[in-house]
Ligand binder design. Structure first.
Ligand code: PMP
Length: 410
């Protein structure tokens, strides 16, 4: 990875056109990156350039535009493969995002081998995307969903794992960084523990990709799922990483064009991986935009991004605690990019609406993680989440807005 730019937050901000706009007459403060990050101009231009100059379908054409489109699309795959240190770009299956990647693993990898009474293990802090596909699979097969507990800080109770990792467990699904709490999970350690019992591990990397360098080989997982839009790329594109041999052993999931080698009415043979899992015309511009997002992220030293984001996170955690009646939900020792909180008994939606009038975008609700809300005994939280473009002075603006809102409600 070649490092081309020192990290300078003001320069970074100028890469994101939307940050120039105002909301309700105030400069936009975007604290909703965990829901979807903003896009740098490099990503916007890569997509624009594709549609203006190269647009055609991929893989099937001999004409120049189709070949250019194919090169750009496959270039996106190669960039992503290098970014997460995959052994080969054949290990990257493009999907619509993390959700689709998890469903693919559930239906193609796990469903054929599951028997009634088998277990799937997930943690108590999972996003619904890493709960519901397994629950559906349990309904289809008679398998059982089991839960790794968390503690009051919102950390994984890793000491409970040895007892939970029985021979009945056929897969562990774990979030790398929790979108509701910000907890960074010890995923490599969990992989090591599961591997001792020969249990495959799927990591939901949706929130980790923008915050931390991911090396799938070093992590030791079997599946890594990610979404383009969380890492400054487009919506509607993401990926599943798995070893080539694993993907080869898995049956196709969706049927259609592109995933076949030969079709007759009697029989069909499958294409090689990853095409076997990419039925139909893919999100070509999305893959190109994701490649541009990878280039963008790779243009910084990841350690510099982490230092900056941690500064903002620490500062915000500290300042939020100055507000009387504010409770932070999720106080893990190792956190990244997210702070969930409640303010007395003010409904988070009301809080979010008032805060929006200060030009500040934060998210309110259950963050697609209802079981974690149930654990903490709250129906919803307000959540601020940070990207590499956020600053401590934006945090000051948030604190002022929250203090005014507090006057209004409490
Ligand atoms: N997992 C986590 C931790 C997430 O934050 C999200 C998105 N909020 C998802 C999975 C689902 O991602 P997508 O909607 O892009 O498929």
């Amino acid at each position: 990875m070649s490092i081309v730019r020192p990290f300078n937050v003001e320069q970074v901000r100028s890469d994101f056109p939307v940050l120039n706009r105002e909301v309700h007459g105030k400069p936009l403060v975007y604290f909703d990156t965990a829901a979807s990050a903003q896009r740098p101009v490099a990503v916007i231009e890569a997509i624009d350039d594709f549609y203006r100059r190269h647009n055609a379908n991929v893989h099937r054409g001999v004409h120049s535009l189709s070949q250019e489109a194919t090169d750009l699309y496959e270039g996106g795959r190669k960039k992503l493969a290098d970014f997460i240190n995959a052994a080969s770009d054949r290990e990257i299956v493009f999907t619509r995002g993390t959700t689709e990647a998890i469903n693919l693993v559930a239906q193609s990898f796990l469903r054929p081998v599951l028997n009634p009474g088998d277990e799937i293990l997930v943690s108590h802090m999972e996003h619904h995307a890493n709960i519901v596909p397994w629950q559906m699979l349990c309904q289809q097969t008679g398998a059982v969903l089991k839960v790794i507990p968390i503690n009051q800080r919102g950390e994984l109770e890793i000491e409970s794992l040895p007892d939970l990792l029985t021979e009945r467990v056929k897969l562990v699904g774990l979030v790398h960084i929790s979108n509701a709490l910000g907890t960074v999970n010890p995923v490599a350690e969990v992989c090591r523990m599961a591997k001792k019992s020969g249990i495959p591990v799927l990591i939901d990397g949706a929130q980790a990709m923008p915050h931390t360098p991911v090396d799938v080989q070093a992590l030791g997982c079997d599946f890594y799922c990610l979404s383009g839009h969380k890492m400054y790329g487009p919506t509607g594109i993401g990926a599943l990483w798995a070893r080539e041999a694993t993907l080869e052993a898995m049956p196709p999931w969706q049927g259609g064009g592109e995933m076949i080698r030969r079709v007759t009415f009697e029989d069909t043979t499958w294409n090689d991986v990853p095409a076997k899992f990419e039925a139909g015309t893919p999100h070509i511009a999305g893959a190109i935009g994701l490649g541009a997002a990878v280039d963008y992220l790779s243009s910084f030293d990841p350690a510099e991004i982490a230092v900056h984001e941690n500064t903002v996170l620490e500062y915000a955690s500290q300042r939020l605690q100055e507000i009387e009646g504010l409770r932070i939900i999720g106080t893990a020792h190792h956190k990244a990019g997210v702070i969930s909180f409640t303010l007395k008994d003010v409904h988070p939606h009301d809080l979010g609406t008032v805060i929006d009038h200060y030009g500040i975008a934060l998210r309110t609700g259950h963050h697609c993680a209802m079981p974690v809300m149930q654990f903490f005994g709250v129906p919803a939280t307000a959540r601020v989440s940070f990207g590499l473009y956020n600053t401590v002075s934006e945090v000051d603006a948030l604190i002022e807005a929250l203090l005014s809102a507090r006057e209004m409600f409490v």
